[in-house]
Design a protein around this ligand. Structure first.
Ligand code: ARG
Length: 599
């Protein structure tokens, strides 16, 4: 396909000297495989786009393809057998389909970044899975990717935790092993020291409303922590450890990894003074109200100054982010740094980026905040302070139990039911996130998330499982061709497949439904590129749905194992099945979703 694109681009460039050639993907395979919109060229020539398209159609020749004008578009349409050969070569060949050559670009993806003792919410799940997918796709396309978890392991909330622990736990429940008599009962599966730490946090915030003096106590504890007080440090590191254990369990369940889990906010403690010095040296550090230190951003159109040091001398969230940006610049000289964080922090990142650019214009254009909207659960908004948070593990467990109920009804004898339900339940939640990866808030309703016949993860997983069932029935090693050579590992974004032979006779793929499936498969590499360029998982999720739907059309209209099929027809169709299964599994894997063989 890349070669075809190059040939078409070259022919167009020769016909339109000096003009930039940008190809698009037509809306359907009926129209063609590649489209060249003639608007810009026509404008430059002072002519009508449809006429330009007509003339180009008459003048250009590409072997094995037709070039047709459709209004203002010039479409290149491959002959059916060519299309099939091109795509099957690419899909079954030695190189992971759509992957890019390794290149020197360094992309930092910062994601997940939960807060210690505030538990992991579904908002963090969005960051985790979108960030994971962006990291995967950039790796797949050949970039050097650094995956960082900017853990919330420093900050005034530790003052709160320390003060609360001293008050209500240290005497009677020092290891947080018992339930607190004053707290609400904890659901059985969530009973853990971390949960109790969270209860301390919630209680403190409630008490603080009544008695503002508590706020000073918490502040004083954070000061002690920043000053290196041994007791504060010891408790801090223990709080951190119990949180990390819980997070680790979630990451393992989700199959998500990081290159740097140690680079949370606390990592920058010893870099805060040098950072403030840098700001000072750049001449941008100013005095704010009663001794606080700020960077004014009015000149770059941001009305709110960035507070970098509080009146009491303690650091804040923003200071640590500026320090992190400088550290990452020094360490990686990155091309891009993506911050996968909710849209409630848009202003924060505008400020951080502006401060970094003031220190060094090098940062301009390299820092990207990829915001996503909040998830509205029917139960209401999530807030840690009040304690009415919807915890991620609850959501995942609920998804799995709903899927289990569906399997019990439809396929009660399914082997490995629990594993399949886990893959489908997680797949449903993750896919929903990917598909709706945008700034506006999304509403999470179970029917939309898991429906087997909707725009869901399980729908795509089902297409994959259905293909494997056809391939198993076909015998002759066909199913093995759709199986990876080894289990996917965190080390690579590519699923390991052995190259497979493309049948020489592809006449069995000439019919429209087979061609439509090929056309959608051809859209996957573009979707991956869009995903990397727009920092959004939506394009790939959509294209996987399109492939799954097109497969369903092919499966219904083009009998595969039909007794009357000539062997070449059967083989060509089976090869397309293998190619589709591989592409689906790879695409799902990039999003962080597993594909069961049976469901
Ligand atoms: N810990 C923060 C939160 O849960 C997210 C951190 C985002 N990353 C950053 N560099 N500030 O809200």
């Amino acid at each position: 396909m890349e070669r075809l694109k190059a040939a078409f681009t070259e022919a167009l460039a020769a016909a339109l000297p000096g003009m930039e050639i940008v190809l698009e993907r037509p809306r359907s395979g009926e129209m063609g495989d590649l489209a060249f919109p003639c608007f810009k060229a026509a404008k430059a020539l002072g002519r009508n786009p449809a006429q330009v398209a007509q003339e180009l159609a008459g003048a250009l020749r590409i072997d094995g393809a037709r070039i047709v004008a459709a209004g203002p578009y010039l479409n290149l349409k491959l002959e059916p057998a060519r299309r099939a050969a091109f795509l099957l070569d690419a899909l079954l060949g030695p190189r992971p389909y759509g992957s890019g050559d390794p290149h020197a670009e360094t992309v930092i993806v910062e994601y997940s970044s939960p807060n210690i003792a505030k538990l992991f919410t579904i908002g963090h799940l969005r960051s985790t899975m979108i960030g994971h997918a962006l990291a995967q796709v950039n790796r797949y396309l050949g970039a050097n990717v650094v995956r960082i978890n900017h853990l919330g392991d420093w900050g005034t909330q530790f003052g709160t935790l320390l003060a609360a622990y001293k008050k209500w736990a240290e005497q009677e429940n020092p290891r947080l092993e018992e339930d607190f008599p004053w707290a609400e009962a904890i659901p059985e599966k969530m009973r853990s020291p971390l949960y109790r730490l969270f209860q301390l946090y919630v209680r403190f915030h409630a008490a603080e409303e009544e008695d503002p003096a508590l706020r000073d106590e918490a502040r004083a504890w954070f000061r002690r922590l920043e000053e290196g007080d041994p007791e504060a440090r010891r408790l801090w590191s223990w709080f951190r450890e119990i949180s990390l254990q819980a997070f680790d369990r979630i990451y393992r369940r989700l199959g998500v990894g990081f290159d740097h889990l140690e680079m949370g906010e606390a990592f920058y403690q010893d870099k805060l003074t040098p950072t403030l010095d840098r700001l000072e040296a750049a001449g941008i550090l100013q005095d704010g109200e009663n001794g606080a230190r700020i960077v004014d951003l009015e000149d770059v159109g941001i009305a709110t100054p960035c507070l970098v040091q509080k009146a009491d001398g303690s650091s804040i969230y923003a200071t640590r982010d500026v320090a992190a940006a400088l550290y990452r610049q020094d360490t990686w000289r990155f091309d891009r740094c993506l911050y996968v964080v909710g849209s409630d922090q848009i202003l924060h990142f505008q400020q951080i980026f502006a401060v970094a650019e003031k220190v060094d214009p090098w940062f301009k254009g390299r820092m990207v905040h990829t915001p996503f909207g909040m998830v509205n659960l029917p139960e209401g908004k999530m807030s840690t302070r009040k304690g009415n948070v919807i915890f991620l593990e609850d959501v995942l467990d609920e998804a799995v139990s709903r899927v289990t109920a569906i399997i019990d009804e439809k396929n009660p004898d399914l082997a490995g039911k629990a594993d399949v339900a886990e893959m489908l339940g997680l797949g449903a939640v993750i896919f929903f996130n990917a598909l709706n990866d945008r700034v506006k808030p999304i509403t999470f309703t179970w029917d939309r998330v898991i429906a087997l016949d909707g725009d869901t993860g399980p729908y795509v997983q089902y297409a994959h499982a259905r293909i494997l069932s056809v391939l198993r029935k076909a015998g002759g090693g066909w199913a093995d061709m759709a199986r990876p050579e080894r289990a996917p590992s965190d080390a690579s974004a590519a699923v390991a497949y052995a190259p497979a032979a493309v049948p020489s006779d592809l006449a069995g793929l000439a019919e429209a439904p087979a061609q439509a499936l090929l056309f959608e498969l051809a859209g996957l590499p573009d979707a991956m590129r869009v995903m990397a360029r727009e920092h959004s998982a939506t394009a790939l999720a959509r294209q996987l749905l399109a492939v799954a739907k097109a497969f369903s059309g092919f499966y219904t209209n083009c009998p595969i194992l039909w007794a009357e099929n000539a062997p070449e027809v059967r083989d060509a169709r089976l090869a397309l099945c293998v190619a589709t299964a591989r592409a689906l599994r790879q695409g799902l894997f990039l999003l962080g979703i597993q594909a069961p063989e049976e469901m």
